[in-house]
Design a protein around this ligand. Structure first.
Ligand code: NAI
Length: 340
């Protein structure tokens, strides 16, 4: 089932040895769920990244086709595609440095991300198990929803396989920041590229906490409420507009490409790269909440420094109070799923 290898740009025999171990590993990126609404445009964007020498695509349908298509693009990386036959998943992840997972079903109108749990939890568990077996050193970027629960699932699977390293597991929340930056710029007439909005908490509804008091702009109370709601439920706008055919895929692919690119640069040794992500976090551990999204400085180890939230307004403290119990429930649901 492996197709579309381009032979011309294989790593030279010394390529792996000339980098430190983590940098050497940072060249094969696997996308699991690569034929999907997110997977395809994400793979297209990743094909354009010079830090990737091998893009490895897996899906239960059509990944060899997507790989064949992308492999005709005249950029250096090699592209391979795998279906589940002939140990395709094993081959897809073996030696991967980063495994990005957008596999699973997306929302339809009226659904919450938690409604996806029953289908996606099992998919993520199985993909994480393969990663644990065949790519135990890979960095994991989890897109599949509900992220609040799928990150604990991956973590518990890795603990079972005794390869757990919390610095290697990320829930991708980049889209929340991408959206927030865009929405604020629409209101303020600024360039969205220059907006650096901090969004913390989790990745669903009320667990998404924008810290607009840190944005450098002033908002009226009404603006603040409307903007906060739009950032928390921005995904619903897309679900509704797509009218039953899916949720955000293109903006998500953009966001996941940004995150993966940042992680690759950090793994190569670049410092000072900060991205938001949902990770194992000390911030609310004392309240029994093991995972939390905040700004994270990326490093050669993956998660470098987990940033504190900084000063919160009274309104943001209220948002935090509303988020924590929901987040706790979502995390427990993921953990219980693996141990049931
Ligand atoms: P989609 O249905 O278009 O694509 C999902 C792909 O996963 C399909 O190609 C399907 O064949 C594949 N798949 C299903 N089971 C699989 C398995 N066991 N192994 C490998 N591949 C498998 O869905 P879409 O729109 O790409 O969304 C994917 C996921 O991403 C959903 O769970 C969605 O909720 C989530 N999402 C997350 C966001 C975030 O900000 N973290 C934003 C938007 C969506």
């Amino acid at each position: 089932t492996e197709v579309s290898e381009t032979e011309s740009e294989e790593d030279g025999p010394d390529a792996k040895r000339t980098f430190s171990s983590s940098a050497a590993n940072a060249t094969k990126v696997a996308v699991l769920g690569a034929a999907g609404g997110i997977g395809q445009p994400l793979s297209l964007l990743l094909k354009h990244n010079d830090l990737i020498s091998h893009l490895s695509l897996f899906d239960v349908v059509n990944a060899p086709g997507v790989a064949a298509d992308l492999s005709h693009i005249n950029e250096p990386s090699k592209v391979t595609g795998y279906s589940p036959d002939n140990d395709g998943l094993k081959h897809a992840v073996t030696d991967a440095s980063i495994i990005v997972i957008p596999a699973g079903v997306p929302r339809k109108p009226g659904m919450t991300r938690d409604d996806l749990f029953n289908t996606n939890a099992g998919i993520v568990r199985d993909l994480a198990t393969a990663a644990a077996q065949y790519a135990p050193k890979a960095y994991m970027a989890i897109i599949s929803n509900p992220v609040n629960s799928t990150v604990p699932i991956v973590s518990e699977i890795f603990k079972k396989h005794k390869i757990y390293d919390p610095k290697r597991i990320f829930g991708v929340t980049t889209l929340d920041i991408v959206r927030a930056s865009r929405f604020v710029s629409e209101l303020k007439g600024t360039n969205p590229k220059n907006e650096k909005i901090v969004v913390v908490g989790g990745h669903s509804g009320v667990t998404i906490i924008p810290l607009l008091s840190q944005s450098g702009s002033n908002f009226t109370d009404d603006e603040l409420k409307a903007l906060t709601h739009r950032i928390q439920f921005g995904g619903d706008e897309v679900v509704k507009a797509k009218a039953g055919t899916g949720s955000a895929t293109l903006s998500m692919a953009y966001a996941a490409n940004r995150f993966t690119g940042s992680l690759l640069r950090a793994l190569k040794g670049e410092s000072g790269i900060i991205e938001p992500a949902y990770v194992k976090s000390h911030l609310f551990e004392s309240k029994g909440i093991e995972y939390f999204a905040s700004n994270v400085e990326l490093s050669r180890e993956g998660v470098g420094k987990v940033h504190d939230l900084g000063p919160l307004s009274q309104y943001e403290n209220q948002l935090l109070e509303a988020a924590l119990p929901e987040l706790k429930k979502n995390i427990e649901k993921g953990v219980d799923f693996v141990h049931k």
